[in-house]
Design a protein around this ligand. Structure first.
Ligand code: NAD
Length: 455
């Protein structure tokens, strides 16, 4: 991989750690721009699909998977694309595209979130669906992988407009869904409220069916602990890795990119553990304070309508520079491709815990590995959400409810098991965690498909 590094990666990536003065950083940005790189903070040119394919291919090579099986396990099983015409408050009909892609169901019903974002397209949904197949296998929960999305500008829409889109999308894909077929969940810009609308819409056709979606509100048979589960799972990963890395929470600083569901919960729980948040961003900007930013206070401030950059007690920084803030743990929890060849070299953390899906491009991954950064990859790090979705589904099928402690304990057990199995495999085969996780995931899916007689 090293030969795929571009001049800009070398310009930025191989700088000494002390070359982080504002002048040096500006110079690095100018050099990268001169070499044709996008401005450092922008997402990489490489697509999420290319990122997942890259890691799938490495694992498939190592497993010596023949070409025919490679096609079976790479290509999605079913892809549904629908038109969603919705009259918005401007009085006009806007036509959005919706996708539900079921990648592989060898290990159980399809499972995966639904994303509302203007950049959603079929390739992104394919990538995320495939990632779900490997993630559910790594976590050892009995699901296949799927994903959905609608290319709507969710953050600019009113609640009533979002509701229309959610209901219309559900109506159009309900034939391929079902509690034993495919069970959606929240993802970027969708939340418990969106899941409630979808459950209600499905119920109009099939009767009350809480197990049709997970991530629902507590009042509608949602599970205690589900909202925090992905962030909590990231923290469980830190708890597992820290002793081996000689880290203790009291001495650990962290930065979060994307203070949304995953990022804000990861931040609050890291803080509960005794770690200190020194920088954080969302779509509106970024802030930094080396003395610490209170994650609970920030969450309250943002929930009350405040802008992250107006938060007291922290200095506003250029969002592109968040990535270069010195810290022990960096948690990307926004979108894919945010850590790329043009900014990876500026990172000054010891550990990355990928809360987001595909936040790191393969070249960035290589740069970070050369810098000795310990990478806990998305395919295991952010599995807490789907694990807790599994708990919600199990509770719904029984119309029974566990308390939060029971949910969190069970989540801890599964995340710990996943970390130990993957890190054991990494040690055994002398591989980074990401490659080991893909090996474990793909092997389990292939075994299930073979045992069923599907291949
Ligand atoms: P969310 O919509 O709640 O939060 C996303 C956050 O990212 C928001 O705060 C947004 O302002 C911020 N953001 C957007 N663009 C940004 C940018 N350019 N720079 C900095 N911040 C930016 O979504 P979420 O559910 O927290 O999902 C975040 C990531 O985690 C996604 O990649 C998602 O696929 C992944 N993920 C989510 C779950 C889950 O349970 N929600 C599970 C697994 C993985």
């Amino acid at each position: 991989m090293a030969d795929t590094k571009t001049a800009d990666a070398e310009a930025l990536g191989e700088r000494e750690a002390d070359e982080t003065s504002p002048q040096a950083v500006e110079e690095a940005k100018r050099e990268a721009a001169a070499a044709g790189a996008p401005p450092p903070g922008q997402r990489a040119e490489i697509s999420n699909l290319d990122i997942v394919r890259h890691y799938f291919d490495i694992a498939a090579d190592r497993l010596e998977l023949p070409d025919d099986l490679r096609t079976v396990f790479w290509e999605p099983y079913r892809e549904v694309t629908v038109q969603i015409p919705v009259k918005l408050s401007d009085g006009k009909i806007h036509v959005f595209s919706g996708y539900r892609i079921q990648h592989n169901g060898a290990r159980g019903p399809y499972k995966g979130g639904i994303r509302f974002h203007p950049e959603v397209d079929v390739d992104e949904v394919r990538a995320l669906a495939s990632l779900m197949t490997w993630k559910t296998a790594v976590a050892g929960v009995p699901y296949g992988g799927a994903k959905g999305g609608v290319n709507c500008p969710a953050d600019k829409l009113e609640q009533s407009e979002l509701q229309k889109i959610a209901r219309s999308f559900l109506d159009k894909i309900e034939k391929v869904l079902g509690p034993t077929r495919d069970i959606p969940a929240p993802d970027v810009n969708t939340n418990a409220q969106v899941m409630a609308w979808m459950m209600d819409e499905y119920g109009k056709l099939h009767g009350h069916t809480p197990a049709i979606v997970t991530g629902k509100p507590i009042a509608l048979e949602g599970s205690y602990g589900r909202e925090a589960a992905t962030g909590r799972g990231c923290v469980y990963m830190f708890r597992e890795a820290a002793p081996h890395l000689g880290m203790t929470p009291a001495d650990t600083t962290f930065a979060v990119q994307g203070f949304g569901n995953v990022g804000s919960w990861a931040a609050r729980i890291m803080q509960q553990l005794g770690c200190t948040m020194v920088a954080v961003s969302d779509a509106h900007g970024a802030i930094r304070n080396d003395e610490g930013i209170d994650a609970n206070a920030l969450q309250e401030f943002i929930s009350a309508g405040g802008l992250i950059t107006d938060f007291d007690g922290a200095e506003k920084i250029d969002p592109d520079d968040l990535i270069a803030v010195p810290c022990d743990v960096f948690i990307p929890a926004a979108l894919g491709g945010m850590i790329h060849e043009h900014n990876a070299g500026r990172m000054q953390c010891r550990v990355i815990i990928e809360g987001a899906n595909s936040p790191t491009t393969p070249v960035a991954d290589e740069i970070l590995s050369e810098k000795g950064v310990y990478m806990i990859p998305d395919v295991m790090a952010n599995a807490g959400g789907v694990v807790c979705s599994y708990f919600e589904w199990v509770q719904n099928l029984q119309h029974f409810r566990w308390d939060e402690r029971e949910v969190n304990d069970k989540l801890g057990n599964i995340m710990r098991r996943a970390y130990r199995e993957v890190s054991g495999r990494a040690k055994q085969d002398n591989l980074p965690l990401r490659q080991a996780a893909y090996l474990v995931g793909i092997e389990r899916v292939v075994e299930a498909a073979r045992t069923r007689g599907y291949v």
